[in-house]
Design a protein around this ligand. Structure first.
Ligand SMILES: NC(=O)c1ccc[n+]([C@@H]2O[C@H](COP(=O)([O-])OP(=O)(O)OC[C@H]3O[C@@H](n4cnc5c(N)ncnc54)[C@H](O)[C@@H]3O)[C@@H](O)[C@H]2O)c1
Length: 383
């Protein structure tokens, strides 16, 4: 019987958003246990937050440096197996690099780091040490996203010609950051966020395009805007994409579209058919073969193949959602850690979670979009 792995967390304390989701996702399949943390930016709040969650006093740390130091000194069998880093963007690089260098497996949220210099350094460190490193582009964990990727790979729509992807939100349509709202505060501060809408949600759309189509982005041209007066960062972008091999695409991201919640969607048009998926209705995938009516494939339904089935927990018609998809990223990471430990070749979900290289590609995408925008929409290559 395999024991659950143990993990610690950096960030995700009282009033934080995504840390709690990570804890649910990591533990959904009872394959991991949350045992340590440095959960907040101040020592007092970190310890109070760990207390709320029942951490043992000797593993409820004041800072991530203290957690790294103490966990490293524990006997190997009693250390955390991996760490989840869920801090604002500016506080990703240092702890991620330090935990990797100390030999801990890492899960880090997106956008991975602030610039491609940091991204390259992290990739090099992960390669050198050989730890498992997952980046929570969680939308790739949805069964019907896996189904779409498998259908593209198996030729169901033929060679891809055109891709449309968007991620629209409306929650930053006003200057929410001036009200003291915590998540809006750091997300609109260039020093802590790095990029605005492009980094926060455009990066998810880029990853979804790459995951489903398997295409390599060759170049892009961007129109980047800040609509809300007084805001110091981008809140909207429209990007034209050219892929290696000739396919083209349009990616838009915006946080000022009133009424849109988490409207992430993708449409992939090939020579023989089209696939269409929306995050707000994630259990459905539309498939339109050439010359035939649109079919709606359902998760765990009759047309769902093995890729979707491997990422599914409950029967069709009972909705699975955000947490389950997030948990599929964790299942992949956990299985990859076990495979490495036992000298097995990873398979299934352990080969599908977004890695440090996906993270680095995302960072480069964000950088190029902003650069193109600043240059008035110049075409730039991605190499
Ligand atoms: N994958 C997704 O769908 C998704 C969704 C939301 C956020 N995110 C990403 O997750 C990260 C966190 O976002 P959020 O909305 O949860 O932010 P948040 O502001 O709600 O929470 C951040 C937490 O990090 C803590 N923190 C800050 N600096 C720290 C430090 N040095 N040491 C320890 N803790 C520290 C804060 O005290 C807080 O508890 C961001 O990178 C964001 O882009 C990803």
């Amino acid at each position: 019987m395999s024991q659950p792995l143990t993990f610690g967390m950096v960030g995700g304390g009282r009033d934080a958003f995504i840390g709690a989701v990570h804890r649910m996702a990591a533990q959904l399949d009872a394959q991991a246990r949350f045992v340590a943390g440095a959960l907040s930016s101040t020592p007092e709040k970190a310890v109070a937050s760990g207390g709320d969650l029942g951490l043992a006093a000797d593993r409820n740390y004041r800072t991530w440096e203290e957690m790294l130091d103490h966990e490293s000194r524990r006997p190997p069998a009693e250390r955390i197996d991996f760490v989840s880093i869920v801090t604002p963007n500016h506080a990703h690089f240092e702890p991620a690099l330090a935990f990797v260098r100390a030999g801990f497996h890492v899960v880090l949220d997106k956008p991975m780091v602030l610039n491609s210099t940091q991204a390259d350094e992290l990739v090099a460190a992960v390669d050198k040490v050989g730890v498992v490193f997952g980046v929570t582009y969680n939308y790739t964990g949805y069964p019907m996203v896996k189904q779409a990727a498998a259908m593209v790979r198996d030729g169901a729509i033929g060679p891809v010609r055109k891709v449309f992807a968007h991620y629209r939100q409306g929650w930053l349509a006003t200057r929410l950051e001036s009200t003291g709202q915590k998540q809006a505060g750091w997300r609109t501060d260039p020093a802590r966020a790095g990029a605005g809408a492009v980094g926060d949600i455009g990066s998810h759309a880029e990853n979804l395009v790459s995951t489903i189509t398997g295409l390599t982005l060759h170049s892009l041209c961007a129109d980047v805007s800040t609509f809300v007066p007084g805001r110091a960062i981008d809140d909207d972008a429209s990007v034209l994409l050219r892929f290696a091999g000739g396919a083209k695409g349009v990616l838009t991201c915006s946080q000022v579209c009133v009424g849109h919640e988490n409207d992430l969607a993708i449409r992939v048009c090939g020579e023989k058919g089209t696939l269409s998926w929306r995050q707000e209705h994630p259990n459905h995938l539309e498939f339109t073969p050439m010359g035939a009516a649109t079919r709606v494939l359902t998760r765990a339904g009759p047309d769902a193949g093995p890729a979707a089935a491997a990422a599914t927990r409950i029967p069709s018609g009972h909705p699975e959602g955000f947490i389950e998809a997030f948990a599929n990223v964790y299942r992949g990471v956990i299985e990859a850690v076990r495979a490495q430990r036992e000298g097995r070749k990873p398979a299934g979900l352990a080969t599908q979670f977004p890695t440090v290289r996906d993270g680095a590609r995302g960072v480069r995408f964000v950088e190029r979009v902003l650069e193109s925008g600043r240059a008035g929409g110049r075409w730039l290559t991605l190499e």
